[in-house]
Ligand binder design. Structure first.
Ligand SMILES: Nc1ncnc2c1ncn2[C@@H]1O[C@H](COP(=O)(O)OP(=O)(O)OP(=O)(O)O)[C@@H](O)[C@H]1O
Length: 254
């Protein structure tokens, strides 16, 4: 007997958004299941950050729906957000709190009695532990970025959404974060959606890639296709993506 299909952790249906008269998302459809590691790829200005903000409830989409772990974001935003980890923008971190105070606040919001050991372990992997008891205002940009990521991952919710998380991280920390995310998808069935331009990095560990152009998801590469690309010495995700972009550009001109 085949296993019962599990419902997606994230479901976007006909999502639209515009800034004033400028449409940015044009009917985005996406479903991500437990244990999937999906890269959201697209040229500058294609709408990746807007999409992530809409699905995290930071921006209210003008049309369509967002469901997280079966809960509709518009109907019950608190319950939907409880199932979502979204890295906090470094510029929004409170300057006078310490990293530990920020993390404890987030743990409290998530209903946890104390800061979980998983957060402290990740802090050590990211070499953030020495910064835990210092004020955010003394952090470098990369250190702020680490805290934003740690905050998003507090309590290990079933869906993690990250916007260029490796940007600004030193190579050891970027590697530790990647390994941590891969571990979460494989061992806990966490679903990860990662917006990135770093294709050579993403290629090695994602299970699916999807390409956003002008607010539409126009192409997708599944696990089997990604495996074939990885095993072909003459191919790479970067090359395949550049070709897809060129095809789309050609199609737009006709
Ligand atoms: N607050 C805003 N007000 C008006 N326009 C905006 C706003 N934020 C983004 N835009 C516009 O929306 C479009 C999509 O921007 P968005 O930041 O979502 O793209 P992106 O794919 O994340 O880009 P990048 O890869 O450069 O980070 C762009 O044309 C951008 O100029």
């Amino acid at each position: 007997m085949s296993p019962a299909p599990t419902s997606p952790v994230l479901e976007l249906s006909k999502l639209t958004h515009a800034y004033g008269e400028h449409p940015v998302l044009n009917g985005v459809e996406l479903a991500i299941g437990a244990g999937e590691f999906v890269a959201l790829i697209g040229p500058n200005g294609s709408g990746k950050t807007t999409l992530l903000k809409c699905l995290a409830g930071i921006l209210a989409p003008q049309g369509g729906s967002v469901r997280i772990a079966g809960t509709d974001m518009a109907a019950d935003p608190l319950a939907a957000k409880a199932a979502l980890g979204f890295a906090v923008d470094p510029v929004l971190l409170p300057p006078l709190l310490t990293g530990r105070q920020c993390l404890e606040l987030f743990a409290g919001v998530r209903g946890l009695p104390a800061l979980p050991e998983s957060s402290l372990a990740l802090a050590r992997s990211l070499a953030f532990d020495t910064w835990l008891d210092r004020e955010v205002q003394s952090y470098s940009l990369g250190t702020r970025q680490k805290l934003g990521i740690l905050l998003g991952l507090v309590g290990e919710p079933p869906l993690l959404v990250l916007d260029e998380p490796m940007n600004g991280l030193d190579p050891q920390s970027a590697f530790a974060l990647k390994m941590h995310l891969v571990g979460l998808t494989r061992e806990r069935g966490t679903a990860v959606l990662l917006a990135t331009h770093a294709l050579e990095v993403a290629e090695r560990f994602i299970t699916r890639a999807t390409l956003l152009i002008e607010g539409r998801l126009v192409r997708e590469w599944d696990t089997a296709t990604l495996d074939a690309i990885r095993h072909d010495p003459d191919s790479s995700l970067e090359q395949v993506m550049v070709e897809a972009l060129a095809e789309h550009g050609a199609a737009r001109e006709t």
